[in-house]
Design a protein around this ligand. Structure first.
Ligand code: FES
Ligand code: FE2
Length: 418
């Protein structure tokens, strides 16, 4: 679709500002279609994966940008390519495997085949069949395979992470995330080779933006997440900062763990359970790593497609893959670094139990997102409140604010022209 083409909507933002968010932003299928065009298919770099997922030439991973199926592949010249998984012939999503290694892509339907860069190499019966000394059928004489490559996306790589965009006019990845966010991105992806530790996948029956909001919402962790509070990983009085890029689309919640245990701040919180103990204390066998440079947790949202997580020793990317206005797949890629000791790898894996669909902490988020969506569907004419910390949008040096959510909707309204 053309960049300027707009899917019509009758919706009007009838709130004073973005401290109130209409429920229809989560329930209207037309709004969702417009989001795909304006946020996922144009104007943004979207996450596709880690270089460590495709270490060898011919390795590929099938994934999505928005709802479009794409393939990240290491091509014959050791470059990383991202191509659209739609056959140039009749449009079939020819690649059916999630991961694999190949030297070409062949569409099963009529066996058109492509090299790893997405160039069309061959078409069966191109010249037709020879009968009675004469060629019959086949493609017309002026059919040129060079004109029928797969769609090739622009690719950006930084620190072992791969982003792609259908938008050939996109600014550089660095300009897209902006210098403040780049600082935190480079902190986590500082050039050390990444190692793949494993995946979690879940389908969450809620609007995809709720996942972005969840990681822009420092209000809930100390209240919803019993586990965090009880075992001292998160408290509202932790030293913390909220930061955004200049457009307010990306954000980082940066926090430094204080002392665990009971005091005035936690006894006010009903989720704090004083007498609870871990059966296996190794879940919290935290080792401070030099690259943290202070903060014990930095949670980043790179709008619209990915969350970058450092929560003590557990590091992961979380890919948001929308499928309809009321559902998205959430794919966690847990990783480590090449110079990790075996003990550190074990530690990262153990701490990964906090996260994912059944994580001690993240299971809560999946549920509240589902139940929020149910509330929205019930009365789409209503609106949500995001007034904690006032109506302003700006960086803060504390966690008791919904400013990042207000910021995201300020940007969303501009991009969506609503
Ligand atoms: Fe792919 Fe025909 S649809 S070869
Ligand atoms: Fe959460």
């Amino acid at each position: 679709m053309d960049k300027d083409q707009i899917i019509p909507t009758h919706q009007v933002w009838d709130q004073l500002d973005t401290s109130r968010i209409p429920f229809w932003a989560y329930t209207d299928p037309g709004i969702y279609k417009r989001e795909l065009e304006k946020l996922f298919y144009t104007n943004h770099w979207c996450y596709v994966g880690l270089e460590a997922e495709i270490p060898e030439i011919g390795d590929f991973k099938r994934t999505v940008i928005g709802e479009r199926s794409v393939i990240m592949v290491r091509s014959s010249n050791d470059e990383i390519q991202v191509i659209e998984n739609v056959c140039a012939h009749r449009g079939m999503q020819f690649c059916r495997k999630n991961h694999g290694n190949t030297d070409n892509f062949t569409c099963p339907y009529h066996q058109w085949y492509y090299d790893l860069e997405g160039n069309l190499l061959g078409v069966p019966f191109k010249r037709g069949v020879k009968q009675d000394g004469e060629w019959k059928g086949g493609m017309s004489k002026n059919f040129d395979t060079a004109e029928h490559s797969l769609t090739k996306l622009r690719v950006a790589r930084r620190g072992g992470v791969v982003f792609a965009t259908f938008d050939q006019g996109m600014e550089s990845f660095e300009d897209y995330i902006g210098s403040d966010m780049l600082h935190y991105f480079d902190r986590m992806f500082n050039g050390r080779k990444l190692t793949l530790l494993g995946y979690n996948k879940q389908r969450i029956p809620g609007n995809w933006k709720l996942m972005m909001e969840n990681i822009k919402d420092p209000y809930h962790p100390g209240l919803l997440h019993t586990w965090f509070v009880t075992f001292g990983l998160w408290r509202a009085d932790n030293r913390s900062e909220l930061k955004m890029d200049q457009h307010y689309r990306h954000a980082a919640m940066i926090s430094t763990r204080g002392s665990a245990g009971k005091d005035k701040q936690t006894t006010n919180v009903s989720s704090f359970k004083e007498h609870m103990e871990l059966n296996d204390p190794r879940f919290l066998d935290v080792e401070v790593e030099p690259w943290w440079n202070g903060p014990t947790a930095v949670m980043m949202t790179l709008f619209p497609s990915v969350i970058l997580q450092q929560q003590v020793n557990s590091v992961s990317t979380r890919h948001i893959q929308p499928n309809g206005h009321g559902s998205f797949d959430f794919v966690w890629t847990h990783f480590g670094y090449e110079d990790d000791t075996p003990e550190m790898t074990q530690r990262r894996l153990r701490q990964a139990n906090l996260f994912g669909p059944a994580g001690f902490v993240s299971a809560d988020d999946g549920e509240v997102i589902e139940f929020s969506q149910q509330g929205f569907e019930q009365k789409p004419f209503h609106r949500a409140l995001a007034e904690l910390g006032g109506h302003e949008i700006g960086n803060t040096d504390h966690m008791v604010s919904e400013t990042l959510i207000r910021g995201m909707y300020d940007y969303w309204r501009k991009m969506m022209e609503i």
